[in-house]
Design a protein around this ligand. Structure first.
Ligand SMILES: [Zn+2]
Length: 278
C-alpha cells in the first residue's frame, strides 16, 4: 500500500483562503488589499439585499450593502470568487425545507445569472444550522457550506458539508495561529488556513490593520497556494478522482488538471490523462 496525501498545485503543502460575508461596500477596499498582497478569497453574497445607487443609509451606519451596478465589476476580479449566503439572510435553522431551498436556490440562480458561472459554495447566514440545513444544501447542489465555528486548526478539513473555518479575523488567537501555520510543515495531509469575517466590521471597529497584518504575514511565501474557496475544493475533488492500482503504485489521472501528491516521502505529479508509477 502507498498512502497518497494531496499536495496543492506546484506540490505545495499549504494554502490560505478567505471567506467574507454579506456583500457590503467595504469589500471594495478589501479586494484592493487582497490584490496588494496576492491573497485570494470568496465573497458570500445575498442577492436580494443589493441596493440602488440613490439608497440612503442613516449617518454612521457601517453595514452598507453593495450597490447593484457595482456587484459584477467588483467581484469579477480574479483575486476572488463568489458564493451564496441565502437571498435575504434569514436564519435557516428551524425553517421548513421549502423555505431553506428557496433561500439557497433563488440566491444561487440570481448570482449564476449575474456572473455567468456555476456557483456551488455557501456560507450559512447568522450561524445556526442543523442536519436539515445541510441536507437541503446538498439537494440544491452545494459542494461546501461554511459555518461560523472556529476549529482554531489549519488541518485540511475532513468535511465540506458543513465546513468549519480556522477562525474569524476577530479571534484573539489569529496571529498566534498564523505564526504556527507559517512555521509548521505538513507531514501527511496538507494545511489550509481558512479565515472568515465581515469587512464592514473593519470600518466599524476601525481595525483594518488586523486583516492587513494577516495578509502581510502570509503573503509571498514559496510554500503557500493562494486560492479562492472554489479553486481549493475543486482541486481537492479532482485529487479524489485519481485512479490507483490495487497495490497503489500505478496512478492514473482522468481529470483535466495536473494533480500533485505526497507518497513515500516524495512529491509526485500526474498530468491530465497521464498514468505514472510511484
Ligand atoms: Zn451574513
Amino acid at each position: 500500500m502507498v498512502r497518497k496525501y494531496m499536495r496543492f498545485p506546484g506540490g505545495l503543502g499549504k494554502a490560505v483562503t478567505l471567506s467574507y460575508d454579506d456583500g457590503v461596500q467595504q469589500d471594495i477596499p478589501m479586494i484592493a488589499l487582497m490584490k496588494k498582497y496576492g491573497v485570494k478569497g470568496t465573497f458570500n453574497l445575498n442577492s436580494a439585499r443589493f441596493i440602488t445607487r440613490d439608497h440612503q443609509y442613516p449617518e454612521g451606519k457601517v453595514w452598507r450593502a453593495m450597490i447593484d451596478e457595482d456587484v459584477v465589476p467588483t467581484y469579477s476580479d480574479p483575486i476572488c470568487s463568489v458564493a451564496t449566503h441565502s437571498a435575504h439572510h434569514p436564519t435557516l435553522l428551524n425553517a421548513s425545507e421549502a423555505e431553506i431551498a428557496q433561500e439557497i436556490l433563488s440566491d444561487r440562480i440570481a448570482l449564476e445569472k449575474l456572473f455567468g458561472k456555476v456557483i456551488t459554495g455557501h456560507a450559512i447566514p447568522n450561524g445556526p444550522y442543523d442536519e436539515t440545513t445541510i441536507k437541503v444544501g446538498k439537494m440544491c447542489g452545494l459542494k461546501f457550506m461554511r459555518t461560523a465555528k472556529a476549529t482554531k486548526s489549519y488541518k485540511y478539513p475532513k468535511s465540506l458539508m458543513p465546513l468549519d473555518p480556522t477562525c474569524a479575523h476577530s479571534n484573539p488567537d489569529l496571529m498566534e495561529l498564523t505564526e504556527k501555520f507559517l512555521a509548521d510543515t505538513p507531514k501527511e495531509d496538507p494545511f489550509l488556513f481558512y479565515l472568515w469575517g465581515h469587512t464592514y466590521t473593519f470600518e466599524g471597529d476601525n481595525n483594518w490593520y488586523i486583516i492587513e497584518d494577516f495578509m502581510k504575514a502570509v503573503s509571498h511565501k514559496d510554500d503557500i497556494w493562494y486560492a479562492t474557496n472554489d479553486e481549493i475544493f475543486d482541486y481537492a475533488e479532482k485529487f479524489s478522482l485519481l485512479e490507483c492500482s490495487a497495490d497503489g503504485h500505478i496512478v492514473s489521472n482522468p481529470t483535466d488538471t495536473e494533480i500533485w501528491f505526497l507518497a513515500g516521502g516524495k512529491v509526485h505529479s500526474v498530468k491530465s490523462g497521464e498514468t505514472i508509477r510511484v
